[in-house]
Design a protein around this ligand. Structure first.
Ligand code: CTP
Ligand code: CA
Length: 222
């Protein structure tokens, strides 16, 4: 197994990973969500655990097996994820791979009935969990993701600053051969000190190991 070579290098490190989409319920049978499968976050949780870390995985609804020996917290909405993460901030590393809804909606009771007229949904902004963590962190190393379809570096660096993260891991979701639904991924990491690192297309578990290794190195120099 590839993980042998890492020799428990994250032993004792407390790592919290968020993964998957959130779902925002509209009524008893309808909801708003997105394309995230959770695979990248689950791969990071698995890789970290295999390297000896004490891993907590906070996950939205996905069709994946929970990695062995991780603390698992199931959530549904962005508000529930906010609560689950902010009450577990005592970590060495927090990696926010989840695709959190930017908007929620006031839930209607029962199943809504259709009418003849058009219908307008009013969406309300959710809290930005990563930004909150950036504003309240003490010694935690904070890693965010950025899903972009264009101007990847500009937007990723913008998020790095706005959210006070230590690194933003950018996913080009416009490239349909990789990303969300694929087993493979390619990412670029943008660090606070201005450095960046491209990780070429490879299976998500290998990407996860590369991300963790880069974070570990960056923690020593930051
Ligand atoms: N994020 C979060 N809470 C939210 C929205 C996003 O913690 N309510 C986190 C994501 O988990 C990710 C990072 O912020 O780590 C960037 O998410 P992304 O959707 O790419 O960026 P946004 O800041 O939401 O901006 P936009 O969707 O407009 O690109
Ligand atoms: Ca967003």
């Amino acid at each position: 197994q590839v993980t042998k070579q890492y020799n428990n290098d994250l032993f004792g490190k407390k790592i919290l990973v968020t993964a998957g989409p959130t779902i925002e319920r509209i009524d008893a049978v309808r909801y708003l969500t997105n394309n995230s499968t959770g695979r990248m976050g689950y791969a990071i949780a698995e890789a970290a655990q295999l390297r000896g870390a004490d891993v907590t995985l906070v996950s939205g609804p996905v069709q994946l097996k929970v990695p062995n020996n991780v603390r698992f917290v199931q959530i549904e909405s962005a508000a529930e994820m906010f609560e689950a993460v902010t009450t577990r901030m005592n970590q060495d590393i927090i990696i926010k791979a989840a695709a959190v809804a930017d908007y929620t909606i006031e839930r209607q009771h029962g199943k809504m009935k259709k009418k003849d007229e058009d219908f307008t949904l009013t969406l309300n902004r959710t809290q930005d969990i990563l930004k909150y963590l950036g504003e309240h962190k003490t010694t935690q190393y904070l890693a965010g993701f950025a899903a972009e379809t264009e101007q990847v570096e500009t937007y990723a660096r913008g998020k790095l600053v706005k959210k006070n993260a230590d690194v933003i891991i950018a996913n080009n979701v416009g490239d349909t051969s990789i990303g969300f639904k694929s087993d493979q991924n390619a990412v670029e990491m943008f660090f606070k000190n201005g450095a960046s690192r491209k990780i070429e297309k490879m299976p998500k578990l290998e990407i996860a190991h590369e991300i963790l290794t880069s974070i570990k190195q960056d923690m020593h120099v930051r």
